[in-house]
Design a protein around this ligand. Sequence first.
Ligand code: P5A
Length: 442
Amino acid sequence: MRLSQYFLPILKENPREAEIVSHRLMLRAGMIRQQGQGSFTWLPLGKRVLDKVNRIIREEQDRAGAHEILMPTIQSAELWRESGRYDDYGKEMLRIKDRQNRDLLYGPTNEEMVTEIFRSYVKSYKDLPLNLYHIQWKFRDEVRPRFGVMRSREFLMKDAYSFDIDYEASKAAYNRMFVSYLRTFTRVGMKAIPMRADTGPIGGDLSHEFIILAETGESQVFCDKAYLDLTVPGADTDFRDDAAMAEIVQRWTTPYAATEEMHDEGAWNAVGDGDKLAARGIEVGHIFHFGEKYSKPMGAKVQGPDGKEHFVSMGSYGIGPSRLVAGIIEASHDENGIIWPDAVAPFDVGLINMKSGDAACDAACDRLHAELGASGRDVLYDDTDSRAGGKFATADLIGLPWQVIVGPRGVAANEAEIKNRKTGERRTVSLDAVVRELGATA
Ligand code: P5A
């Protein structure tokens, strides 16, 4: 992609409304634009990151046996009256009337709608287990929307819903999502710690929040430092092996970890003083087991192996991809800008032409642009006529993992410079070796 033809509205000044670093950097790097209170457009650079995050989420949901669907954003109030949540949900729910004066709402979550889908089609235990998910916009009229996409009113959510014949089977479904979340957050380059959490308006008896530690996090959390060294299950993990899933969840829930609402001073005092980690954190995922809370009032039941009807046991599992993008920036930046983990970087390489218009520089860059593209890398080629200093600042701000810098002196010697954004390390290599060098270091 040539920067001269791209839409990357970089801001030179620090936006005054941004209180935390991710919000400031997302605005400055031209990733998002605020449209209203707690509502944002994702501009091309931001959209690329969001898509990469969603792709990883999808791959890990699918690996764990969930199936993707897409439910509407606007829901009928009738469904929510069936579960009893229409009145309970309160002011966070955006209530709407259509031209026939029917009560509608903009979905803050989809437990009711997915239960309606389930009950319409599934009648036998033989069709279980079932897990359906979608990635869809939600609206919550938050009391205090703030910190950009971190706590917005309209935000993206991946929400999955599991249906099982009984408690034991639904606990296995919960475990699969738990393990899938460990893998998902690791793959986007983050360390997320599962912590016992309050179930709030979703309800249920069991829930874990997945928390990224960051000073600007809105949650106060308490955990054992042992979590920092636990290994995350690999790609060869067998999600059909219930015992293996339970063993992983056991390992990841044994050291102490809780959010403020669930904090237990007694258990905390038992953690060794040197192992205590009391910190701020960002909730990027939240999973719930709530059994028959929706299936019973909404009549979602199947015939069991005993010939009798059973209300299905359910759970729901959320990740906020839009919040996650901000969380990644909170955890990975420096004074010059964002430092993207490789897996979610909007482009892999920034190619910087220090003297656009110079025939030799242009020719060398054209060649590298083509070769890097052919080797499978996404390249953002700064072919604009800005000064070299401005190009370097932009490259550091948008935080692509690698920069390839081409200037007249280097080209005369048949050389380019390669810079690693994270370490700052620079190396001079021959123009012929650029693609190979990135291959060796990527
Ligand atoms: C689980 C899936 C639920 O709604 N129902 C379906 C359950 N859980 S939750 O914890 O309320 O939300 C899931 C995740 O969505 C993100 N999130 C937000 N992101 C940005 N702005 C918001 N206002 C916001 N509210 C929730 C979080 O990542 C949360 O873990």
